[in-house]
Ligand binder design. Structure first.
Ligand code: SF4
Length: 280
């Protein structure tokens, strides 16, 4: 049995880690972008980002003032868990107080803030049932400077690979500097409309630099990354060679009459933290 108190503690600890420390793969990708850059403005922006990351770690402070919307990905194996939902909610409340996190959650119409990052259907919890003997939790705090630039297209089947690339490019160009580049671009292909966007977000859980295990998808990721970086949007949208650190694809089979494409843009603050609980 995994107890509610263990879930609460884990959520709080993971939130703290995610808010303060960028995963190593993201940091390394930003350092590489800096080493490869020649544009002076881009260099200044990348230096500021790297300095920001360093100060946040040294001072134990969130690395961006927008500590995001709480999104929690759960992989639930064959284990008994006591009050998983309550555990997650209490863990987010605790993290909001202790880290502290900026209270970002509001009613969509009145804009009244709940004050603790909890709201109707928030934290957003995605549960995937898996055949393991453990509970895996990933905290994915999503800043809205990037989330506001996501897009969905219900393409025609005939648009195929070229149509997908074109839509990704259009979305990145429309976003420009708004999502705080260098970004990581998640692309969800197939499923239904909502699933395509979910897949695009889930693709962002893979490490930067880690390609899709299927060669045809990995090839498309590489081609799209080149295309995105050829836009010259650059760090913070002020020009330069790195607009995106990576492009990640996730896909599902779909209906014969459609080709859903979801694009989820992640800012340079590509925060995520994963932890595992096992039964007794
Ligand atoms: S988009 Fe990302 S880096 Fe920009 S303000 Fe929001 S959380 Fe911070």
């Amino acid at each position: 049995m995994i107890y509610q108190s263990q879930v609460e503690e884990l959520i709080c600890r993971l939130y703290q880690e995610a808010a303060i420390k960028l995963p190593l793969d993201v940091k390394k990708a930003l350092e590489t972008a800096h080493d490869l850059e020649e544009n002076e403005t881009a260099l200044l922006n990348l230096e500021a980002i790297l300095e920001n990351i360093k100060i946040a770690e040294e001072k134990d402070l969130p690395l961006c003032q927008d500590t995001g919307l709480p999104i929690i990905f759960v992989k639930l194996g064959n284990v008994q868990v006591e009050n998983l939902k309550e555990g997650i909610i209490n863990g987010v409340k605790k993290a909001t107080e202790e880290v502290p996190l900026r209270p970002n959650v509001v009613d969509p119409l009145t804009r009244k803030n709940s004050g603790n990052n909890i709201g109707r259907f928030i934290p957003q919890i995605d549960i995937e049932l898996v055949d393991t003997d453990q509970l895996e939790i990933t905290i994915f705090p999503k800043g809205f400077g990037s989330e506001n630039n996501n897009a969905l297209k219900m393409a025609l089947p005939g648009e195929g690979e070229e149509g997908i690339k074109q839509f990704v490019l259009e979305t990145v160009l429309a976003a420009g500097g708004k999502p705080c580049p260098p970004t990581v671009v998640g692309v969800g292909i197939g499923g239904s409309s909502d699933m395509a966007l979910k897949l695009a977000k889930k693709a962002l859980l893979r490490k930067v630099g880690e390609h899709h295990p299927e060669e045809r998808m990995a090839k498309m990721e590489g081609e799209m990354l080149e295309m995105v970086n050829a836009t010259g949007i650059g760090p913070m949208g002020l020009g330069g060679r790195t607009t995106a650190l990576d492009v990640k694809i996730e896909y599902a089979d779909t209906h014969t009459a459609g080709l859903p494409i979801g694009v989820c843009i992640q800012c340079w603050a590509a925060r995520r933290a994963t932890g595992i609980l096992k039964g007794e």
